[in-house]
Design a protein around this ligand. Structure first.
Ligand code: SAM
Length: 216
């Protein structure tokens, strides 16, 4: 059966979101806030994927670059707690978002494993002692390629990197799109896919998540 791509992708998105088990009321409120304000959270299907990778890798030290008000952070914190505890670094350059995250994650019972930094995320990673088991990146897209060497340095061998927006609303597929953000995303994907240091795939959940394994 032929169906318009837009229709298919909206239905697929809805189907994948519906597969995610119900979230606590606090998390549902975070999802409702994103809907109301159009804040770009990763949403439930991608969040659940991040949680799954956290559990599968047994990660106890996670660093998030470009956090919002704690939505994606929730999924990592849940995984780290279930892995036996550890630390999740939340980093964003907006103090109000950091405060909001503190309130949400505290209410969810993760305050004791959280570490908050207000500042530029790549610089914060550079200054934080590693190694980390899992690093998640969701900063402004032009910064993606330059962040990779710092990430590679801070991730343990056998660790995982997840990067959001790697499909960039389909713009990476449009060869005529030569904007800075699109080119930077393509460049990061090229670096990950061609390096012997990484084993990488692009998972087309929501806006595309690169999942990369740092070779031991
Ligand atoms: C897309 S939002 C993060 C959403 C979050 N991952 C979630 O799903 O809940 C990215 C946030 O990081 C901030 N940001 C972007 N680049 C940054 C950087 N280099 N350092 C610190 N914060 C950054 C943005 O202003 C924005 O508030």
């Amino acid at each position: 059966m032929n169906m318009p791509v837009e229709w298919a992708s909206a239905s697929l998105r809805e189907y994948l979101e519906d597969l995610v088990p119900p979230r606590p009321a606090e998390v549902q409120a975070m999802e409702a806030y994103a809907e109301k304000t159009q804040f770009p959270i990763i949403r439930a299907a991608a969040g659940n994927f991040c949680y799954l990778v956290t559990r599968m890798t047994g990660a106890t030290k996670v660093f998030e670059l470009g956090s919002g008000y704690g939505y994606s952070t929730y999924w990592f914190a849940k995984g780290v707690r279930e892995n036996g505890g550890g630390t999740v670094h939340h980093v964003v350059w907006h103090a109000d978002l950091s405060e909001k995250a503190r309130a949400h994650l505290g209410a969810l019972g993760y305050g004791d494993i959280m570490h908050y930094t207000v500042g530029e995320a790549v610089q914060a990673l550079r200054e934080t002692p590693g190694p980390f088991d899992l690093i998640f990146m969701d900063i402004d897209k032009p910064g993606y390629p330059d962040a990779l060497p710092i990430i590679a340095d801070k991730l343990r061998p056998g660790g995982a990197l997840i990067v959001d927006n790697m499909l960039w609303h389909g713009q990476v597929l449009d060869r005529s799109d030569q904007t800075e953000a699109t080119q930077a995303i393509r460049e990061l994907m090229r670096l990950l896919a061609t390096s012997e240091e990484w084993v990488t795939t692009l998972v087309p959940i929501r806006d595309g998540l690169a999942l990369a394994y740092k070779q031991g």
